[in-house]
Ligand binder design. Structure first.
Ligand code: AGP
Length: 604
């Protein structure tokens, strides 16, 4: 989590740092700070809350000519979101910003305190700068002191450090958290946690590998790898197409992203289907050679997309499929056999838990595939193969269009594997492909429907909880609907398999328990309907979503006519997203930056 920027050059350092942080604010927004070293003098500003507070605080501050600066936007791990805990953290003559967690910070802190160091914050990060200065006193060389410090840190980090001892330099290190450096013809150096802050400033960038460390100053970048061997920067062209999303008249990015789903799904399908087959040019058919099982691993919304895939893979591709929550998989000594294809799913490509499971699978010699939305992300760079979901930049913390494209990719992939394994007839595959082509039309938001959900939302602002229920592939959709609602409305919501309600949760049923029931016409309709009737009989307030009229519900949202359950899935997905959005707006919440969350979870 957290976003980091750094700059060395003669331009307006303050503006460069602040605009870089703006692009990274989705990574954390409970506080932000910058430190700028100019003419041997440090200027440091920190503010709690969103970046606008830091902008306000630095309004009068000007930089001109050569300076070195670092900045940080924080998602708190150790210590509350206060100004003292905001980065950059100060030693006697140095500042540091850090993304990740220093696991042995408590031991280091104890030793430093015993040596007379006073700590100002409760963070793990602050030990880095004090440890560096302690080493500096002995080694009398900033780089050697930095190097020694890194060897003493355990955990995950991306670090930028500046010191008065070497006032034209930024020291950097990457181990488990993302970090990029961009270089341009004016000999400026830009650092950031992801591509976006560098767009418009640099044409090429170097993605640091885990274990890389070194320093940058005008005309010089020195990089060492994890074996302490000097290496050259590997420059990759940086896309100059600044997709820095604007809201385009929508109230929130999330709303805009829901409306974009039709066009991004078209992009996801583009060039990947013809009348008879699914073509993934990015995949070699040998990827599936010798594979008897697919293991899907992810977190949050990406996990829900993976769960939908598990139904499709077994149903269409007839391949054994298992499902893993990344944070659980990491620590449960899983059995990994080489006939398993390990598939990780991630919007950001930077989720720490998912990334770690990918490393585990690789270490166990498994073939790996990433379904990801961000090219060049850590997960993409590490996987043997990748299918990009092409959802475009997703800014709302609550994922919408990324989920839609993930499920589209999985539907395609199930047919691709079905063809490889001859588990479906050619005609059946062709029929499914023609359904896939209909998806963009089914996720188009219809004004009347949006208006209806907006009106309906006022009835769902209270109560003691929501159950979203569905069967089969509609169970992961129910989970996703519940996650959307709780993320942005802060109301308690659970996703449950419809048939499981009578095994316990039905005890909660009363008029203040809201049941959002997914009733697809083309998948177990009668069974799902009976489950809803059981809840209705116990007076739970029911909001049913279906293409078939349903008279046992208090509220009914009718989706458009669909000829297949997967099209009903996509129609209902939009309804659930809009319902969460409208409830959150009515409650006056910040839809795009809900409390306690961050877009990209780069800590475990
Ligand atoms: C989605 O609305 C969430 N904000 C969150 O659950 C997210 O899906 C999860 O953190 C995984 O992120 P990733 O897809 O970038 O790996």
């Amino acid at each position: 989590m957290c976003g980091i920027v750094g700059y060395i050059g003669k331009k307006n350092t303050k503006e460069i740092l602040l605009s870089g942080l703006k692009e990274l604010e989705y990574r954390g927004y409970d506080s932000a700070g910058i430190a700028i070293l100019q003419n041997g003098v440090f200027s440091n500003f920190k503010a709690v809350g969103k970046l606008v507070n830091l902008e306000e605080k630095t309004k009068e501050f000007k930089t001109n000519d050569f300076a070195v600066g670092i900045g940080h936007t924080r998602w708190a791990t150790h210590g509350k979101p206060t100004e003292l805990n905001a980065h950059p953290h100060l030693g006697e003559h140095s500042y540091v910003v850090h993304n990740g967690i220093i696991e042995n910070y408590a031991e280091l802190k104890k030793e430093l305190q015993a040596g007379g160091v006073t700590f100002l914050s409760q963070t793990d990060t602050e030990v880095i700068v004090h440890q560096f200065e302690k080493n500096m006193k002995v080694l009398k060389n900033s780089f050697e002191a930095f190097k020694k410090t890194l060897k003493e840190l355990h955990g995950a980090y991306a670090i930028l450090l500046v010191t008065k001892e070497q006032s034209d330099t930024i020291f950097f290190a990457k181990h488990g958290s993302p970090m990029i450096i961009g270089i341009n013809e004016q000999n400026e150096n830009y650092f950031a946690s992801s591509d976006t802050p560098l767009i418009g400033h640099c044409k090429s960038v170097n993605y640091f590998e885990d274990g890389d460390y070194g320093y940058a100053k005008p005309n010089e970048i020195v990089i060492f790898d994890k074996t302490d061997t000097k290496k050259e920067a590997k420059l990759t062209p940086l896309s100059q197409n600044r997709l820095s999303a604007q809201k385009d008249g929508f109230r929130f990015f999330m709303e805009k992203e829901i409306y974009e789903q039709s066009s991004v799904i078209s992009d996801t399908l583009m060039g990947r289907i013809n009348d008879k087959e699914v073509i993934f040019e990015e995949l070699s058919p040998t990827l599936f050679a010798g594979i008897n099982e697919i293991k899907l691993c992810a977190c949050g919304t990406s996990y829900h997309a993976a769960m939908s895939a598990s139904y499709l893979f077994e149903r269409y591709a007839k391949i054994k499929t298992s499902l893993e929550i990344a944070s659980e998989f990491r620590y449960r000594d899983p059995i990994m056999t080489k006939d398993t294809l390990f598939v990780v799913i991630s919007q950001s490509g930077e989720t720490a838990d998912t990334l770690e499971t990918l490393k585990m699978a690789k270490a166990a010699g498994l073939k790996t595939l990433a379904i990801c939305n961000v090219d060049n992300s850590s997960i993409v760079r590490l996987s043997d193969a990748t299918i990009l979901t092409r959802a475009g930049i997703e800014k709302g913390v609550a994922s919408t269009k990324a989920f839609a494209t993930q499920v589209s990719v999985f539907w395609m992939l199930s047919l691709y594997i079905a063809r490889l394994k001859n588990s479906m007839s050619e005609d059946a595959i062709a029929a499914q492909i023609s359904l896939l082509r209909e998806v963009p039309a089914h996720v188009k938001v219809n004004d009347a429907m949006h208006e209806r959900i907006k009106r309906l939302s006022k009835r769902y602002l209270h109560g003691h909880g929501f159950f979203f229920i569905g069967r089969d592939v509609f169970y992961p959709l129910a989970l996703e609907g519940a996650l959307k609602l709780k993320e942005i409305s802060y109301l308690h919501a659970e996703g449950y398999p419809s048939g499981e309600m009578k095994h316990g949760p039905i005890a909660l049923a009363d008029p203040e328990l809201f049941t959002i029931a997914l009733l697809p016409k083309y998948l177990h309709y009668e069974k799902a309907k009976s489950n809803v009737e059981e809840l209705s009989a116990r007076d739970s307030t029911i909001c049913a979503i279906s293409q078939l009229e349903f008279d046992k519900a208090d509220d009914f949202i009718q989706i458009n006519e669909c000829s297949h359950y997967m099209l009903e899935f996509f129609e209902m997905m939009v309804v659930l997203q809009l319902l969460a959005l409208e409830i959150s707006i009515r409650l006056g919440n910040d839809v795009d930056m809900p409390r306690n969350l961050a877009k990209s979870v780069t800590v475990e």
